[in-house]
Design a protein around this ligand. Structure first.
Ligand SMILES: Nc1ncnc2c1ncn2[C@@H]1O[C@H](COP(=O)(O)OP(=O)(O)OP(=O)(O)O)[C@@H](O)[C@H]1O
Length: 248
């Protein structure tokens, strides 16, 4: 059957490492333009699942079908320290054999989209962590992907930079309508960003909740509906919510 461009179909995918049953067969679909968060505690298999979706890790069973160009963004920026930022962003275009002028134009556009105009000739070591992560995002965007797979992309950033990056990602997503599947262990990151959240429980990894986020944007962490959904997510994560204030 034809898979619409920008969509993801995970069909009974599972993972075993030796004796360790990491992920039991699980299935879900992501529609074109959806922003879906995969939320779960450390070790539940989120990164393994995303890596299988990306085709970087072989599945033990099942399969995943993606339609359209797919790029991945990791928690570590993975920039090559000896290449200037523009040359880092151009790397994928170089592999595709694009002419120098087109590479340069597209890299400049991608860097503008992530707010890094003026830093093209810097080396990664001369930028802050947040700026490097922006450059990593530009390196993915320059390929004009239909699907972005993001593995805790803001996990290594300080809280303020993380909030700014979350807002910028939302703006990008609203403007360009890319499909985004984002791994996070941060309940509020999932609630602020996603229009659907899948909760993953550990050993073996399985989906315990698949819920839409029907909250208006910008999201108000203090609102009743937000607190209610947050409570539901914490319960799905097996956390006793009476110890937490209902909102942040
Ligand atoms: N290459 C590997 N070989 C053996 N076991 C592995 C391998 N990669 C992951 N695992 C195991 O699979 C389980 C899930 O790991 P994974 O990194 O997917 O979890 P995670 O939910 O992304 O965790 P975190 O949020 O801490 O990154 C862990 O128990 C881990 O030890």
């Amino acid at each position: 059957m034809e898979v619409p461009r920008g969509s993801i179909r995970v069909e009974g995918i599972s993972k075993v490492y030796g004796d360790l049953n990491v992920l039991e067969p699980l299935s879900f679909s992501v529609q074109p333009g959806q922003l879906v968060a995969l939320l779960g505690p450390s070790g539940c298999g989120k990164s393994t699942l995303l890596s299988m979706v990306a085709g970087l890790t072989p599945a033990s069973g099942g399969r995943c079908r993606l339609s359209g160009r797919t790029m991945m963004v990791f928690q570590q920026d993975g920039l090559l320290p000896w290449r200037r930022i523009r040359k880092n962003v151009e790397l994928g275009l170089e592999y595709r054999g694009l002419p120098r002028k087109e590479r340069s134009t597209r890299a400049a556009q991608a860097l503008t989209r992530v707010g890094l105009t003026g830093f093209e000739s810097y080396f990664p070591g001369q930028l802050s962590g947040g700026m490097r992560q922006r450059a990593a995002l530009a390196r993915a965007l320059v390929m004009d992907p239909d699907i972005l797979l993001m593995d805790e992309p803001f996990g290594a950033l300080d809280a303020i930079t993380r909030m700014r990056m979350q807002q910028d990602l939302l703006t990008l997503w609203e403007e360009e309508g890319k499909t985004i599947l984002l791994v996070t262990h941060d309940v509020d990151e999932a609630l602020i960003l996603a229009d659907r959240i899948l909760v993953l429980a550990p050993r073996p990894g399985r989906i315990t909740l698949d819920t839409p986020v029907l909250l208006d944007r910008p999201r108000e962490p203090g609102s009743g509906a937000y607190a209610e959904l947050r409570h539901q997510l914490l319960s799905a994560l097996g956390l006793r919510t009476e110890h937490w204030a209902p909102s942040i």
